[in-house]
Design a protein around this ligand. Structure first.
Ligand SMILES: C[S@@+](CC[C@H](N)C(=O)[O-])C[C@H]1O[C@@H](n2cnc3c(N)ncnc32)[C@H](O)[C@@H]1O
Length: 286
């Protein structure tokens, strides 16, 4: 998908995205912030921040003397994050609609750079993941930390396979083929995600960015696949993209077929297993 398609898809997802956040997005976001060992007063850049799963947790961790810049393409998701920030009276977080690959720190960021760069379930969306993320690491001060989360290999398979099978039965024309490589991108988001979806692969990738003190852990998160939650997960994630072109009745039929397949196969849980990786950026090696 192109950046415009990501923006459209995640904007359309915003209310369901927020609904599943406590069970899905925030679990990883909090784990990431914990792994990054944020301290009071630090300045954090969170890219592909969505509704702020990690950015809001980061804002609480760095406190009033710190600051968080939460960057995303999807304005409607950012607005969900602003609402939470306002409910919590957080004044140290800015939700900004921007393309992470073009982000330049405003003059309020210390000249040496950000202390921390975070991205939960985001890096693989960046076209040219390696060079895009390497560029973002250069916005950090020497000794700054980076942290990412990614889906663990095969984690969502029992859930996503029946979804695409249901789509294939009801609306074969909507099944994405081998996803096209977005214009200007070197690979698809799926291929990029596959390169970093195990502890060993993520660890090697972080090391290849010229980082030190690489730490990778697995976060286990099994969610009850109730009919209601299963469909919310589809609508509140990138899975919803192929539904955009379908009319209401067809979408309803896809949903029914999907739920039937989950039931027939005895899929009672969604494996939302995730890999969390952090590292330290040594400016001399990047
Ligand atoms: C799966 S969501 C994750 C959001 C959030 N980090 C979370 O875990 O809840 C991925 C996000 O990446 C954003 N995104 C994709 N490409 C982007 C880009 N080039 N710049 C900024 N955001 C981007 C999408 O709009 C979407 O909100």
């Amino acid at each position: 998908m192109t950046t415009v398609e990501y923006r459209t898809t995640f904007n359309a997802a915003h209310s369901d995205f927020a609904k599943i956040a406590p069970r899905v997005w925030n679990v990883a976001g909090h784990a990431l912030v914990f792994a990054l060992e944020l301290r009071a007063g630090e300045v954090v850049l969170d890219v592909c921040a969505g509704a702020g799963s990690s950015a809001l947790a980061a804002a609480r961790a760095v406190g009033p003397a710190g600051r968080v810049h939460a960057i995303d393409l999807a304005d409607d998701l950012l607005e969900e994050g602003r609402l939470v920030a306002s409910e919590w009276a957080l004044q140290n977080i800015d939700f900004v609609a921007a393309d992470a690959t073009k982000w330049e720190p405003p003059s309020t960021v210390p000249a040496a750079g950000y202390d921390v760069l975070a991205s939960s379930y985001g890096v693989f969306f960046l076209p040219h993941m390696d060079s895009s993320f390497a560029r973002l690491t250069r916005l950090l001060r020497p000794g700054g930390r980076i942290g990412v989360t990614v889906w663990r290999e095969h984690a969502l398979d029992d859930f996503t396979h029946p979804f695409f099978e249901a789509l294939g039965k009801v609306a074969p024309q909507a099944v994405p083929g081998k996803p096209a490589v977005a214009e200007g991108a070197a690979e698809t988001a799926r291929d990029a995600a596959d390169r970093i979806n195990t502890a060993d692969k993520l660890s090697a990738w972080l090391t290849s960015l010229g980082t030190t003190d690489v730490r990778v852990t697995e976060l286990s998160n099994y969610l009850p696949a109730t009919d209601e939650f299963a469909w919310e997960f589809v609508l509140g994630s990138g899975l919803r993209a192929p539904l955009a072109e379908l009319d209401e009745d067809t979408v309803r039929a896809v949903r029914e077929q999907f739920i039937e397949l989950l039931t027939d196969r005895g899929v009672h849980t969604v494996d939302a297993g995730t890999i969390v990786g952090t590292a330290v950026v040594d400016r001399r090696t990047t």
